[in-house]
Design a protein around this ligand. Structure first.
Ligand code: COA
Length: 258
């Protein structure tokens, strides 16, 4: 049975990592199932936004499953890192907004998949960290690359090289999460945020995300050129006609979601 649960609420898809007895640690199969789920939802026109969370009150995801790392060797280690990285890439590349609800420990691979989401929201009891160096390994699901890009090199290296956990409030202070909520309010608040996004134009969301995501890897000149190209593309869509028309006719837009 898969450890990845998917629920639908209207145009919202909620993915829950469900290995409670191991604090939702990611074994090889769970990483693969998560990636397949994220890719299927990306291709589903009826899905407007995705929320990623963990089962139970204690953990979002307490990391890669440590038992699966022992004795992995050079090739196994490389393959394990690539396996996790293709999941994080799928999250980042999804054309839908991906919101992470961090409902407890987000450690190692758990924090790394959160980093690949578009936004992170934490419960006040959450603890976040990259403890890999305390296990004699390094982050391998993109943490050494995405954390410095998100919070800056100094803060990121303090987390990566200390291996320490930080609190939700500290994560908010350094820009690692967007907001902190009481544990009982977290999912509801994240659903409210997602619902706002789902009410917007689906192609506009995908192109705006692409412009910001891809543009962050480019020079300003190249990024502006990408933005103009995407602006041109969105200007040829029925969605634009509907969005602008609805404003001018003082009515709510009706988006094509199949
Ligand atoms: N991989 C495999 N199993 C894990 C795990 C992980 N990353 N994190 C937790 N578990 C398992 C524990 O081994 C334990 O299993 P058991 O009951 O069969 O012994 C179960 O989850 C509960 O964890 P436990 O350590 O008893 O809970 P705790 O409240 O005492 O501590 C943590 C919670 C998160 C601080 C602790 O589990 C921990 O440090 N986990 C590893 C975090 C980590 O280093 N992640 C990066 C991996 S690369």
């Amino acid at each position: 049975m898969s450890s990845v649960l998917t629920e639908r609420e209207g145009h919202l898809a909620i993915i829950t990592v469900n290995r409670r007895e191991k604090l939702n640690a990611l074994d090889h199969a769970t990483v693969g199932d998560l990636q397949r789920t994220v890719e299927e939802l990306a291709a589903d026109q009826a899905v407007g936004a995705i929320i990623l969370t963990g089962a139970g009150e204690k953990a979002f995801v307490a990391g890669a499953d440590i038992a699966g790392l022992k004795g992995q060797g050079v090739l196994g280690g490389h393959a394990n890192a690539r396996h996790g990285q293709s999941l994080t890439q799928a999250l980042e590349d999804s054309p839908k907004p991906v919101l992470c609800a961090i409902n407890g420990f987000a450690l190692g691979g758990g924090l790394e998949i959160a980093l690949a989401c578009d936004m992170r929201f934490a419960s006040s009891n959450a603890k976040l960290g990259l403890p890999e160096v305390s296990l004699g390994i390094i982050p391998g699901y993109g943490g050494t690359q995405r954390l410095p890009r998100l919070i800056g090199m100094g803060m990121a290296l303090e987390m990566i090289l200390s291996g320490d956990h930080i609190s939700a409030d500290e994560a908010l202070r350094i820009g690692l999460v967007n907001a902190v909520y009481a544990p009982e309010d977290l999912l509801l608040e994240v659903k409210k945020k997602a619902a706002r996004m789902v009410s917007r134009g689906p192609q506009a969301l995908a192109m705006a995300k692409q412009a910001a995501r891809r543009g962050a890897e480019l020079s300003l000149d190249e990024g502006l050129s990408l933005e103009a190209d995407l602006f041109g593309m969105i200007s040829s869509t029925e969605e634009m006609e509907e969005g602008l028309g609805a404003f001018l006719e003082k009515r709510k837009p009706s988006w094509l979601r199949s």
